[in-house]
Design a protein around this ligand. Structure first.
Ligand code: JD8
Length: 310
């Protein structure tokens, strides 16, 4: 195997039998070391794309052993002289499609029979990845992300994998990327920051926007934030934030979040009013108090007379 191209995995260990999931599970069994809360394997033709996982919160969590990452070059499982991973689409049409064989072998290696794992395939044709999805995935023990490129991966790969593991095809948004790698970076951050101990204690996921949580921000997007100096280029920080009056500050922040939500995310504001703050979050309707309704209507959010009266 030629040096360099196949070995620059952003500094993550490449696949080998010694560090395969089953050998690690066996090792943890033997040593009783609880080991990582979550194992994430990523298969891609651009392993160097994942060097960023070594920095900041997630990098530190990986250092601490709270998260185990494996970044694997798909070409490891492409055995022809050119390690080719793509071929022309059956039925014609533009571009190339990723061949099933290397993917089949990669998943065989990373998810041994009987080994619980969830395979996640980013695709523009997938179901939306949301905060609720991140909250579900962080409960998993082993996630395997398959990064497609070209026109995508032969559809039989997901089909065949479903026979032995959970498989999700997800999208991170209604825009077209050139491959799955950026989507996996996004999802990995959204998932791993929810792991206990990963976010500093200052930040807690309970009051995440979009979170199904019961926090004050359930169903809302964040309002503006400020720090020193009190006045910058002639612009002062809102007085209430300097008042020390926590109730007034909380009210101000909620009003700001309601306005921001009404203007930038009327879909979320509508869900809030309809008593179901985050569609699909299953979270009960955070009660809108009369002040909330007043702020939303002042922010141009259409309220029927009935809604105002409730
Ligand atoms: C995986 C190949 C490129 C997509 C032909 C452009 C996710 N929200 C999202 N947008 N795009 C993707 C995504 C794009 C991908 C692959 C995810 C694998 N491509 C293809 C189909 C049209 N090219 C994504 N999550």
């Amino acid at each position: 195997m030629r040096e360099g191209r196949f070995h620059d995995r952003g500094g993550f260990p490449a696949y080998s039998a010694a560090n395969s999931p089953s050998s690690r599970a066996a090792w943890r069994q033997r040593t009783g070391d609880g080991g990582a809360q979550l194992r994430i394997d990523i298969v891609t033709i651009f392993p160097e794309y994942f060097a960023p996982l070594r920095v900041s919160l997630i990098g530190r969590a990986a250092q601490r052993g709270d998260i185990e990452f494996g970044v694997h070059d798909l070409r490891t499982w492409a055995h022809d002289p050119h390690h080719s991973v793509d071929d022309a689409p059956f039925g014609g049409g533009p571009g190339m499609v990723m061949k099933p064989e290397p993917w089949g072998e990669a998943l065989d290696a990373l998810v041994p029979a009987g080994h619980p794992a969830r395979l996640v395939l980013p695709t523009p044709a997938g179901v939306p990845f949301t905060q609720a999805t991140a909250a579900r995935y962080v409960q998993e023990s082993h996630l395997v992300f398959a990064c497609g490129r070209y026109e995508g991966i032969d559809a039989r790969v997901a089909e065949e994998a479903r026979a032995r593991m959970a498989v999700d095809e997800v999208t991170i948004g209604d825009y077209v990327l050139a491959g799955g790698e950026p989507a996996v970076l996004v999802m990995t951050e959204a998932i791993c920051r929810l792991l206990p101990g990963v976010m500093g204690n200052a930040e807690s996921a309970t009051d995440d926007s979009f979170g199904g949580g019961s926090g004050p921000m359930a169903g809302l997007i964040e309002g503006p934030a400020y720090t020193r100096p009190r006045v910058w280029r002639g612009r002062a920080v809102p007085e209430v934030l300097l008042s020390g009056d926590h109730a007034a500050i909380a009210r101000w922040r909620r009003d700001a979040a309601l306005r921001q939500t009404a203007v930038n995310r009327p879909d979320l504001a509508a869900a809030l009013v309809a008593g179901n703050p985050v569609p699909g979050s299953g979270a009960g309707g955070a009660e809108l108090d009369p002040r909330d309704r007043q702020v939303l209507s002042e922010a141009g959010f259409p309220f029927s007379g009935q809604d105002m009266a409730d």
